[in-house]
Write a protein that binds this ligand. Structure first.
Ligand SMILES: [Zn+2]
Length: 149
């Protein structure tokens, strides 16, 4: 399942990526372009915009109710009966699938204490950011654990 988040749920987009979901984030407020992208790419539209006419929303779209990101995630997972797909496999910034990165190649690109503590790394082919277990701040890790558990 692929998502398109509008500007009102930008944080939700990042968190869906953290759970492994392909999620585009539509930053600018042009409703026409938003709806066209959702239709053209077959993406489920996630929005909090109650001004969008219900009838104009693509089938399967979800009007997000909560303003807390953890609750928003629960709304999405519940609405589509999803279990978190593949946490930690997608770049939070770019939405690109991450590629495995051998430890040797991670040397110099992560702090030394990280290199000695972890064996498995991944990298984003677009922005070259390096990820490892524990990359995410503690709060995000806790929330992900609750959602995945
Ligand atoms: Zn990236």
């Amino acid at each position: 399942m692929r998502f398109l988040a509008d500007a009102m749920v930008g944080r939700l987009a990042k968190w869906l990526r953290a759970l492994g979901y392909d999620t585009l984030y539509h930053r600018d407020g042009d409703d026409k372009a938003l709806l066209a992208t959702a239709a053209a790419e077959g993406r489920v539209l996630l929005t909090r915009d109650t001004r969008l006419p219900r009838a104009s929303l693509p089938a399967g779209s979800l009007l997000i109710q909560s303003d807390r990101v953890e609750d928003q995630l629960r709304e999405v997972l519940r609405a589509y009966d999803l279990r978190p797909a593949a946490p930690g496999t997608r770049c939070l910034r770019c939405n690109m699938p991450l590629a495995p990165l051998p430890r040797e190649a991670a040397a110099g690109r992560v702090p030394d204490f990280v290199l000695t503590r972890h064996a498995a790394f991944r990298t984003c082919p677009a922005c070259r950011r390096v990820y490892w277990p524990g990359t995410h701040r503690t709060r995000m890790a806790e929330v992900l654990a609750r959602l995945c558990g």
